[in-house]
Design a protein around this ligand. Structure first.
Ligand code: 4NP
Length: 158
């Protein structure tokens, strides 16, 4: 099993979207049985809440299933259970690194936009106040496509 965790601040907008998009891509190429995919927030502000309206709207428009997702906060204890921990922005990446007290396993942490460098973004912008869900979807989609390619190369998946 290849274990992939997407992380944002609240786990209601960006990381649930990335989780759904990545799972959709993995299913499209027939690799669902090889992956475990989840998402979490670095904050506990929205624990137990469903994804935000903008994320639900974009996913519905794109025909991407979300499943039953309720926000949860990441725990330091789970960090080394994930092969790829993908942060939506630099702030959350820094929070993850602070949480990983051993600091020994930093290679598992990435920014999602590392995998779509041509778009010229380092962070997926926080849509909570801005409401820029179309941009967020474009970035998340491209990042997830690049991430899947990266993992397939890395793990030798045809
Ligand atoms: P997310 O968006 O990190 O993409 O889930 C946010 C959700 C909530 C807040 C900020 C960003 N908040 O400030 O409560």
């Amino acid at each position: 099993m290849i274990r992939v965790l997407f992380v944002c601040l609240g786990n209601i907008c960006r990381s649930p979207m990335a989780e759904a998009v990545f799972r959709h891509l993995v299913e499209e190429v027939g690799l669902a049985h090889r992956f475990e995919v989840d998402s979490a927030g670095t904050s506990g502000w929205h624990v137990g809440e469903p994804p935000c309206g903008g994320t639900l709207r974009v996913l519905r428009r794109e025909g991407i299933a979300l499943g039953r997702k309720l926000a949860r906060q990441i725990s330091s204890l789970e960090l080394d259970q994930w092969d790829y921990v993908i942060a939506m922005d630099r702030e959350n990446l820094a929070a993850l690194r602070r949480l990983d007290r051993r600091g020994a396993s930093t290679t598992r942490y990435h920014l999602l936009m590392e995998f779509a460098p041509d778009l010229g973004y380092r962070d997926v912008p926080d849509p909570y106040y801005e409401g820029n869900f179309d941009l967020v979807y474009r970035l998340v989609r491209a990042g997830c496509e690049g991430l899947l390619e990266h993992i397939r190369r890395q793990e030798g998946l045809a």
